[in-house]
Design a protein around this ligand. Structure first.
Ligand SMILES: [Zn+2]
Ligand SMILES: [Zn+2]
Length: 288
């Protein structure tokens, strides 16, 4: 098994520069859960380099309260140095730890060329692509009242449609390798009348691109209490030959490779016998 989605810092906390010792602890914890290779994939928006390139994307949203909230969230988070991060993970790699260099990239509508340009100078092994924001609405920030109030007033069919359109555009952009938590929009447990219609579109987005899909245990730690993606969507991916990575999306060492065994059980149940690994943005097969 692999764990291809790991963060160094909890949200909102100060970015203490990572150390090889911290990464060694991540590897140890992963191994204890039967995981033999990990990818460190901090959020792009934690870095000052992203701030310079992408700050202000929320200004297109006419909801000023949400735009203001996003501005605040962003300035609290975009503080670390990307070069220091990259150097630390490379150092861990050189020291022989079973670790690869990744990043979790958010989808920025009409700005993915900028993202691509910003990242092209770094030796990433894998880039995750995620939709966390619809305009200025960071819909998955379930600890934020303004965000959660918005869930009460929006039409759920429309939210799922907006989310799915962003997934389709992200896949089309071809900037990233892995569709992270593909059905994150279900995080609060609100579902449209026919979720399968949306799952079919998400599957089609992956099929028509070069992206593989992530199977993540993080959803079990969220109100929805279900892995990402849903069983139906996972099955669609596997049947269509879309590659699969496994992940915990841990933001602290205790959650590293959380429920890896349960993920393995799900893979068995849909007949998935290989995972997809990455080196220097090139995919290869890992037999389970
Ligand atoms: Zn994410
Ligand atoms: Zn994440």
């Amino acid at each position: 098994m692999i764990d291809y989605h790991l963060h160094l810092w909890p949200h909102g906390s100060r970015d203490i520069p990572p150390t090889v010792e911290q990464l060694a602890l991540y590897c140890e914890k992963a191994q204890a859960n039967g995981v033999t290779e990990i990818a460190i994939t901090e959020h792009l928006f934690r870095f000052v380099q992203a701030d310079r390139a992408l700050s202000g994307f929320w200004n297109n949203d006419s909801n000023r309260d949400l735009a203001h909230q996003m501005e605040k969230y962003w300035s609290e988070h975009a503080r670390a140095d990307l070069d220091t991060y990259v150097e630390c993970v490379l150092q861990a790699k050189r020291a022989g730890l079973p670790i690869i260099l990744g990043l979790e990239v958010d989808y920025y509508r009409d700005q993915m060329d900028k993202v691509s340009e910003l990242l092209s100078d770094y030796p990433f092994d894998v880039l995750l692509g995620s939709v966390h924001w619809l305009g200025a609405w960071g819909f998955d920030d379930i600890s934020c009242d303004i965000v959660m109030d918005e869930w009460e007033v929006r039409d759920i069919e429309k939210v799922w449609d907006d989310y799915t359109i962003s997934i389709e555009e992200l896949a089309q952009s071809q900037v990233c390798d892995v569709l992270a938590h593909p059905d994150l929009v279900k995080i609060t447990g609100r579902f449209p009348r026919v979720p399968e219609e949306f799952y079919d579109r998400m599957a089609a987005a992956a099929i028509s691109s070069t992206m593989v899909a992530e199977l993540s245990s993080a959803g079990w730690r969220k109100p929805v209490a279900e892995q990402y993606p849903n069983y139906y969507l996972l099955k669609r991916f596997v049947e269509a030959g879309v590659g699969i990575t496994t992940a915990s999306d841990a933001h602290k060492v205790n959650d590293v490779s959380d429920n890896a065994n349960k993920l393995k059980g799900l893979l068995d149940s849909v007949g998935c016998e290989v995972l997809t690994g990455f080196r220097s943005r090139k995919s290869y097969e890992i037999k389970l």
